[in-house]
Design a protein around this ligand. Structure first.
Ligand code: HEM
Ligand code: HEM
Length: 180
């Protein structure tokens, strides 16, 4: 089947965001599980930088619409793929937004590798004082559960991409690496 080309910009944005999200999920789980507080600033800084790229990608996707499918699978398969794409694209927005809300509401502020964007809220002891503890907790829960929902969507998405490539032998994956 002849595939409609996906632009080089779309391909580059897909892989930059994909690699960044997978790296941040691994780093986020590792630092939370091991209480490696020294890594929190690295996680937040990369997350904020990636957020800028994510916004460009989402705006482009909303303006241009989804790429046409190049597979001839059944309608339900296209439906599942479309739902998973929506979960992925919304997940890439919800994760940094909830992370930012958590950081600001818990009084930590926002900075990118030391460059302050939103000042923290130091209490009398000099330790960050929550601006709104309730909102910080809600944001933390959203960040936690959306993270796991995103992992499930990524597993389905990668399995789907591999099925197209190895079983259906169509050009779905080839097009996403600029080879069709
Ligand atoms: C851009 C995509 C991002 C992804 C995919 C991501 C992913 C994750 C994941 C999977 C965790 C572990 C959650 C858990 O086990 O409870 C985590 C923890 C965390 N993330 Fe993110 N994150 C992102 C961006 C951000 C941003 C922009 C910030 C703040 C500016 C942030 C702040 C945090 C904090 C503070 C934690 C630790 C929460 C805790 O230990 O309770 N994240 N992140
Ligand atoms: C190694 C991991 C990945 C592989 C092999 C992969 C592969 C692909 C392929 C082949 C397509 C084209 C689907 C089609 O033509 O219908 C696609 C599209 C897409 N992928 Fe991935 N992907 C990966 C990781 C990710 C991650 C981590 C995300 C986001 C969190 C993501 C989000 C999307 C979205 C939203 C689309 C829809 C088209 C677009 O907006 O560009 N992918 N991916």
């Amino acid at each position: 089947m002849q595939s409609k080309p996906v632009s080089k910009v779309e391909i580059a944005l897909h892989w930059v965001v994909a690699a960044g999200i997978i790296a941040l999920i691994c780093l986020g789980i590792y630092m939370s599980e091991t209480r490696a507080f020294a890594l929190y600033d690295v996680h937040k800084s990369i997350g904020l930088l990636l957020f800028a790229v994510i916004v460009v990608r989402v705006v482009l996707r909303l303006n241009k619409g989804w790429p046409d499918s190049v597979s001839e699978g059944p309608a339900w398969e296209h439906g599942v793929a479309r739902v998973v794409h929506w979960v992925l694209i919304l997940g890439t927005l919800i994760m940094p937004l909830s992370g930012m809300m958590d950081a600001v509401m818990s009084g930590q502020g926002l900075s990118i590798f030391g460059l302050e964007l939103v000042p923290g809220n130091p209490g009398d002891t000099g330790r960050p004082q929550a601006i709104n503890e309730g909102l910080a907790e809600i944001a933390e829960e959203i960040h936690h559960f959306s993270g796991y929902a995103l992992i499930a969507a990524i597993v389905l998405h990668v399995a789907g991409a591999l099925k197209h490539h190895m079983i259906d032998k169509d050009s779905t994956l080839k097009r996403m690496v600029g080879r069709s």
